[in-house]
Design a protein around this ligand. Structure first.
Ligand code: ATP
Length: 377
């Protein structure tokens, strides 16, 4: 297991990149902890596979270095880096049995027979494949084959890191959940450094201790699932994490008040965005409530609130999602179970503590005079 350091790393697929747009990965400087479970999350084309391939050694970065436990491995092959990789589609030997497939990576590295037997049995048991240990891989289902692929990566205890590139794509939804849980269990038991690429937020949030959110070739935030939900550092994180994502409203700032379409929204502190910045207020649908909800209005005597047009209400099980319009801005508001909405004259109230102010998509720190939030690279 190793600590992985990205040292002023950047990558362009062009031989002579001229502008920042020519880079598939923009400059990044990060340290990923030894034994951490990280998910690389982001939309198609944001650079996840490029970064994974640089870490694994399939691609040499055009700028900067990659270090494993302080050693520069930038030009080393995947074998020299001693990492295990699990890809989107099964990589197994069809003519071998399930057990032989799991034994192979260990026998190849000269692990002794007794130890191989022990680890393979343990892995067969973990993956619930013991009953099929002596079956040829050829006859197995796609799910079972991918489980073997996962097992071939996980059976090695000595690896510096295990890299997963969308490994559950071919797995059926029920099994996906089971395998994710297994991976988490195995991580807790063996503390491998794991990096898991996905564009599915559920997969990322349930697997990882830390989620690395990527957008247009940049890492826009690294955080726990809670941090990404509670305090998105970038509007993209707010929008991408959560269902539905964060509401993002163009606004003007006047000290500790945001003005949206002429309506004042009190904030928890003063903000000072720089003069020409594009300023937006970000608030999750969970942190807005209807001031006109019949039960609340009667109980608490709400008079305040910003008038909105209610366009629809969708029942999604635990709660409802109201689609409203504040002037020309479409927004989502979560309506808690049991809350009764008034028939007309709808008004909403923002939770000041949960409103973020964003300048050119980056979250501002409160009263951080004259300077916008800066990512630490
Ligand atoms: P996906 O989820 O679709 O795999 P991704 O987030 O993994 O996407 P990458 O495959 O790393 O993204 O691609 C990042 C950018 O680099 C994209 O603009 C892509 O078109 C470009 N790119 C990827 N591979 C190459 C290549 N071999 N040559 C040129 N450009 C490439």
């Amino acid at each position: 297991m190793a600590q992985i350091k990205l040292d002023r790393l950047a990558h362009s697929y062009y031989p002579n990149p001229a502008t920042v747009e020519d880079f598939a990965l923009k400059k990044m400087d990060y340290v990923w902890d030894d034994g951490g479970a990280y998910a690389l999350l982001g939309p198609s084309g944001c650079g996840k596979t490029t970064l994974l391939n640089i870490i694994s050694g399939l691609l040499v970065p055009s700028r900067g270095r990659i270090l494993f436990d302080g050693e520069d491995v930038s030009t080393k092959t995947p074998e020299e880096r001693n990492i295990a990789q699990v890809f989107q589609f099964p990589v197994i030997y069809d003519t071998m049995t399930v057990a032989q497939n799991l034994e192979f990576p260990l026998a190849n590295r000269g692990v002794d027979r007794g130890e191989i037997r022990k680890r393979v049995d343990e892995m067969l048991d973990t993956l619930e494949l013991s009953a099929k240990a002596s079956h040829r891989a050829r006859g197995l289902t796609a799910d079972e084959k991918q489980k073997i692929s996962l097992g071939r990566g996980l059976v090695r205890y000595d690896v510096n890191a295990i890299l997963f590139d969308e490994p559950l794509t071919v797995i059926d939804p029920h099994m996906k959940w089971q395998l994710r849980t297994k991976l988490k269990e195995l991580h807790q038991r063996f503390s491998h450094t794991m990096i898991y690429v996905t564009h599915d937020q559920t997969e990322a949030l349930t697997f990882a201790d830390k989620v690395v959110v990527m957008y247009e070739g940049e890492v826009v935030q690294i955080g726990t699932p809670e941090e990404l939900f509670e305090r998105p550092d970038h509007t993209f994180v707010g929008y991408f994490i959560g269902s539905p994502g964060m509401n993002i409203l163009p606004c003007e700032i006047r000290g500790d008040t945001a003005v949206v379409a002429g309506h004042s929204i009190p904030l928890d502190a003063e903000y000072r965005p720089s003069r020409n910045a594009r300023v937006e207020l970000g608030v999750r649908p969970e942190f807005i409530r209807f001031a006109d909800a019949a039960d609340h209005a009667a109980e608490k005597g709400f008079k305040e609130g910003i008038p909105v047009t209610l366009e629809s209400v969708d029942n999604v099980g635990r709660h409802r999602i109201a689609k409203v319009r504040l002037a020309e801005h479409a927004m989502n508001v979560i309506v808690p179970e049991g809350q009764v909405l008034a028939a007309s004259d709808h008004k909403i109230v923002f939770d000041s503590e949960r409103c973020g102010i964003y300048a050119n998509d980056r979250r501002l720190d409160a009263a951080f005079a004259g300077r916008g939030f800066r990512l630490d690279y």
